[in-house]
Design a protein around this ligand. Structure first.
Ligand code: HEM
Ligand code: HEM
Length: 228
């Protein structure tokens, strides 16, 4: 298991930092919304911020727009950091270094799936539900579950990256060092239109169609409900 400082491509660092900031922003402001209107599973009694839902909605919508860009990067340029065809087989080699690496790649992939679930359920939420105490709306419960999954998968993502490459790997994604050849004109050189393997193709279909559903479904669903 290598403990040398790995080099992360600038494009990955840029996209990943934006995504990580937006996810943390959505998790925190989402919790603030919960803490203001729900509190069923415990509360921190945070001070009330004006228009908490609007704040969450803005950060979350930016995340929704950034997610497909990051996902396309991951599937078509950074695919070696996601699940591999041999991953299932390696997952049986419990405790070996390759087992940890396969788990790390699996959790990287799961991050994209939990983000997708959060955006679908969030887009289906209605702003009026929580202020009017409609706390058992299925999309809201789904959105709370997505929030929990997001936290659990970030914890796994950090633990696995720490296990595989230690602090140097964790910090490498926030490093400022830039290789001379890593310039915008070379960023898309590694772009492969063809999916790296069938498993990744399935994950990509799930993520990209999930994001498309998040964009389209609210318009169809809500216009039908207004008409009813
Ligand atoms: C306890 C946690 C959370 C709660 C209570 C919560 C609550 C809400 C509410 C009430 C809305 C509707 C706001 C509006 O329409 O203006 C919403 C929308 C949304 N949420 Fe969350 N949220 C939480 C966590 C998250 C997380 C972790 C993400 C993503 C990482 C996320 C992504 C979204 C998205 C994409 C929307 C749609 C925004 C839009 O279309 O304008 N939420 N959420
Ligand atoms: C403090 C927070 C975070 C840290 C320190 C961190 C760290 C890392 C590191 C070190 C890698 C590279 C792994 C490697 O080279 O093998 C990575 C990749 C990745 N991270 Fe994070 N991460 C964080 C938050 C997040 C969040 C919030 C997401 C949400 C979507 C995320 C999604 C991913 C994905 C999908 C990859 C694989 C990228 C690729 O395919 O090229 N990370 N992360």
């Amino acid at each position: 298991m290598s403990r040398t400082v790995p080099y992360q491509p600038v494009l990955l660092r840029l996209l990943h930092s934006a995504i990580a900031l937006l996810v943390f922003g959505a998790i925190i402001t989402g919790f603030m919304v919960y803490d203001r209107y729900d509190k069923r599973f415990g509360t921190l009694n945070l001070p009330i911020v004006r228009d908490t839902q609007g704040l969450h909605g803005t950060i979350a919508l930016t995340f929704l727009i950034a997610l497909p860009i990051f996902a396309l990067y991951c599937f078509h340029i950074g695919s070696r950091r996601l699940v591999q065809p041999q991953s299932l087989q390696h997952l049986q080699e419990v405790g070996k270094p390759i087992w940890w690496i396969s788990l790390q790649r699996l959790t990287n992939t799961v991050m994209l799936l939990s983000g997708t679930l959060a955006v679908i359920t969030g887009r289906m939420m209605q702003e009026e539900w929580l202020p009017s105490k409609e706390l058992n709306q299925p999309w809201y419960i789904g959105h709370l579950i997505a929030w929990l999954l997001m936290i659990l998968s970030i914890a796994m993502h950090l633990l696995m990256s720490a296990r595989v490459g230690g602090l140097p790997l964790l910090l490498s994604i926030y490093n400022w060092k830039i290789h001379a050849e890593d310039m915008p004109n070379t960023w898309f050189k590694g772009f492969k239109i063809k999916p790296s393997n069938t498993i990744l193709l399935i994950f990509e279909i799930l993520v990209i169609s999930g994001i498309a559903i998040a964009f389209i479904l609210p318009a169809i669903y809500h216009s039908k409900n207004v008409g009813a």
